[in-house]
Design a protein around this ligand. Structure first.
Ligand code: PGA
Length: 251
């Protein structure tokens, strides 16, 4: 199956505007040098405008780290898809485990955000993943199934082609503990089968599923060699221009 790889950097709550612009310029150069793959960065909201301006018409894609469900309204602290597309933002991460664990976002809320992204013209990057406790009590697949079923509630078939999925085991994020390539492949295959069963095979074949959780230059090549791993969502290692460059240039 011919899915275009996507290497995504999630900068979380890091970088001033000037630092973000510098890092985006480096990522844009690496992206330009690798025309067979997509590259995306997700700066903090405060840096989005300047980063979009700086990357201009380079192939680097800019994403938001979250998105509200309505176009506008009384939602203190929220940013809408309309505000984001206005800047040139093209994608939005939804359901990141830090939103779920630290800020109490539940599946129903993540689903609304995802629908808001789609309605507002953004490509959603839906993150799913189990905690260590869920994995150790053999609930990995039931948790993922719930996150998928509830997160994708009401998404029309034709919209599914715009979706990107990210499998991020919570126990692997920021811990230096990567899932083995076998563990990641097993879950990716499960998620693809879920898409085939819930939608149809051509959707399952088309949707890109990224792996996230302590991706670094040392493990990117073996992760990307797995048949169902179509890219990476990179946190810590995306904050360093050199290591993100090496990840973008995976072999
Ligand atoms: P990490 O973060 O690469 O620092 O583990 C990944 C993520 O949370 O997207």
């Amino acid at each position: 199956m011919n899915r275009r790889p996507l290497i995504a950097g999630n900068w979380k709550m890091h970088l001033t505007v000037a630092e973000a612009v510098r890092l985006a310029q480096a990522a844009a150069a690496a992206s330009g040098a690798c025309p067979d793959r997509d590259v995306m960065v997700a700066p903090a909201f405060t840096a989005l405008a300047k980063v979009c301006e700086a990357v201009g018409d380079t192939p680097l894609q800019v994403a938001a780290q979250n998105v509200a469900w309505d176009k506008e309204g009384a939602y203190t602290g929220e940013i809408s898809a309309l505000m984001l597309t206005d800047l040139g933002v093209r994608l939005a991460i939804v359901g990141h485990s830090e939103r779920r664990q630290i800020f109490g976002e539940i599946d129903a809320m993540i689903n609304r955000r995802l629908l808001g992204a789609l309605a507002g013209g953004l490509q959603p990057v839906l993150c799913v993943g189990e905690t260590l406790e869920e994995r150790e009590s053999n609930r990995t697949f039931s948790v993922l199934e719930r996150q998928m079923r509830q997160g994708l509630q009401g998404v029309a078939k034709e919209e599914m082609f715009r979706l990107v999925l990210a499998y991020e085991p919570v126990w692997a994020i920021g811990t230096g503990k990567t899932a083995t390539k076998e563990q990641a492949q097993e879950v990716h295959a499960f998620l693809r089968q879920f898409l085939a069963d819930a939608y149809e095979k051509n959707i399952a074949d088309a949707v890109r599923i990224l792996y996230g959780g302590s991706v670094k230059p040392e493990n990117i090549d073996s992760l990307m060699a797995q048949p169902d791993i179509d890219g990476a969502l990179v946190g810590g290692a995306a904050l360093n221009a050199e290591s993100f460059d090496r990840i973008i240039r995976f072999q």
